[in-house]
Design a protein around this ligand. Structure first.
Ligand code: UTP
Length: 474
């Protein structure tokens, strides 16, 4: 263990000696814990970040040449494109059949807005059964493995704070039907929270206030954890990346996979047509020949409201954070064992201890968390492919408990999507006067990856749904 004198010298050099304030009263275990956390920090690097991101509010520079990013439309725009989509679907299916695709769920976030006690993936989202977010993904992964004849490895990124609870959940639920070796857990990095005075915050007398380093931490964590090696050994070179809060995600869409591969993209993305100029989605843009996401809060109003001659928004492409990432791209980015993505500042209410050691639960933001974002890898990709997604089919983020982007709205979307799939299969679904479904319907993700699966199921089962029913098709 690093000595107290060494710690003091290193911390004093960067104005952070207050971290040892409670040292005299700590026992051996407490000292070892604190010393370990401090030793893991890049103190000089942090000093630079504090100057740049904490002591001043960093300004986002919007390039002069910013334009909307091109994308493949949901429906092909020409006969040639139609033929290309057919070819792409075939290629996507081949990738799945040859085992070249894996799934990656980022589940290291703190889910503070949802206010749920436990890893967000264990949140019960099923409209009838209450099956969890993780069960939705596991069910679809199992079904895709069955459909394409090759089991899919599932990489689940956690943070130090929720790794144990996440793994325990999987163990206690028999890996949700997957083989234990089919699931690879890995842990992202952490960053210390920083007070507005530039001083690192103590979360307790013997520990820093640490938080996960953002979903951008995925890329380096993939290397450090050995996940990239495992992918290489298994012959996987397409990583289907999605967030833990969206059970509607189409994680093995053959069209998306095929276009990504045929276009030779290093990183691809689904885009959703924004419903209004100021919708809270990142905007796909191009500048200097590279793809960038400009956050909704940073896109100048003049650009946000700009229209095409046909009246559609010029900057219409919003990001729901669904990506395909080529393994070799991650290998290239992290080759030296490090990766420089820009940091983003978030002003947060950070629980900590004050100078007397008393715990503080602030009512207003008291400091800054620094996070990196996965989409900042887009400009580093030589080639990016963007495909428009069908919002009602693929995007129901569970960010809040109620209201917009909530568990409530997500459940309603799941019911509506499954109802539409049943109707397309010729099953009658009761609807209220306002058109909403007059029953609670849930199709198990294990049996239905897509509308074709529902059609096949409906062909072999007798299904009758009456007003007010609560029904799970398993
Ligand atoms: P969000 O931006 O919704 O953050 O993450 P969050 O921490 O889950 O929720 P709030 O803001 O506290 O309410 C989007 C996705 O990125 C993952 C989350 O788990 C979610 O799937 N994520 C976020 C990480 O894996 N690590 C992080 O450090 C941050």
């Amino acid at each position: 263990m690093i000595s107290e004198t060494e710690l003091k010298t290193a911390l004093t050099a960067v104005g952070q000696e207050h971290l040892l304030r409670f040292w005299p009263e700590l026992d051996a275990a407490g000292r070892a814990k604190l010393a370990g956390e401090i030793a893991a920090l890049d103190l000089n690097g942090l000093a630079g970040l504090i100057k740049e991101y904490v002591l001043q509010k960093p300004k986002t520079v919007i390039p002069d040449d910013l334009g909307p990013a091109p994308f493949f439309a949901l429906h092909p725009r020409s006969d040639a494109e139609s033929a290309f989509y057919v070819k792409a679907r075939k290629r996507g299916a081949e990738l799945l059949k040859s085992g070249r695709v894996c799934c990656l769920t980022v589940a290291g976030g703190q889910g503070t807005r949802l206010g749920f006690d436990g890893p967000k993936g264990t949140y019960p989202i099923g409209p009838v059964s209450g099956r969890t977010l993780f069960e939705y993904f596991a069910g679809n992964i199992l079904r895709a493995g069955e459909k394409y004849g090759r089991p899919i490895t599932w990489y689940v990124m956690t943070s130090l704070l929720n790794r144990e609870a996440t793994e325990r959940f999987f163990r206690e639920h028999d890996y949700l039907g997957l083989a234990p070796e089919q699931v690879f857990f890995f842990t992202q990095g952490t960053m210390p929270a920083i007070g507005y005075d530039g001083k690192l915050l103590l979360g307790s007398k013997d520990g820093l206030a640490l938080s996960p380093d953002g979903h951008g931490g995925t890329l380096l964590a993939l290397r450090k954890s050995g996940a990239l090696d495992r992918m290489a050994a298994e012959g996987t070179d397409v990583i289907s990346y999605f967030q833990v809060d969206n059970p509607l995600v189409a994680m093995t869409d053959p069209l998306f996979l095929g276009l990504h591969d045929l276009e030779g993209a290093e990183m691809s993305a689904i885009m959703l047509a924004k419903t209004n100029p100021f919708e809270k989605l990142g905007n796909f843009c191009v500048s200097g020949g590279r793809t960038h996401i400009i956050e909704y809060s940073d896109l100048p109003e003049e650009l946000a409201v700009r229209k095409n001659p046909d009246g559609t928004l010029a900057f219409i492409a919003g990001s729901p954070a669904m990506h395909l990432i080529r393994r070799q791209f991650v290998e290239r980015l992290t080759a030296g064992g490090s990766l420089k993505l820009p940091w983003h500042r978030a002003d947060k209410k950070i629980p900590c201890v004050d100078a007397s050691g008393a715990p503080v639960k602030p009512e207003t933001p008291n400091g800054v968390k620094l996070e990196s974002f996965i989409f900042d890898a887009l400009p580093m990709a030589e080639k990016v492919m963007i495909l428009e997604g069908d919002r009602a089919e693929v995007f129901g983020p569970t960010k809040n408990a109620t209201g917009v982007d909530s568990a409530e709205s997500c459940r309603a979307m799941l019911v509506e999507r499954d109802a539409k799939r049943l109707e397309a299969a010729g099953i009658s679904v009761p609807r209220k006067a306002d058109g909403t479904v007059d029953a609670l319907i849930e199709i198990a993700p294990r049996i239905a990856l897509d509308a074709d699966d529902v059609k096949a199921y409906a062909g072999t089962h007798s299904i009758r749904i009456l007003s007010g029913d609560r029904i799970v098709l398993e």
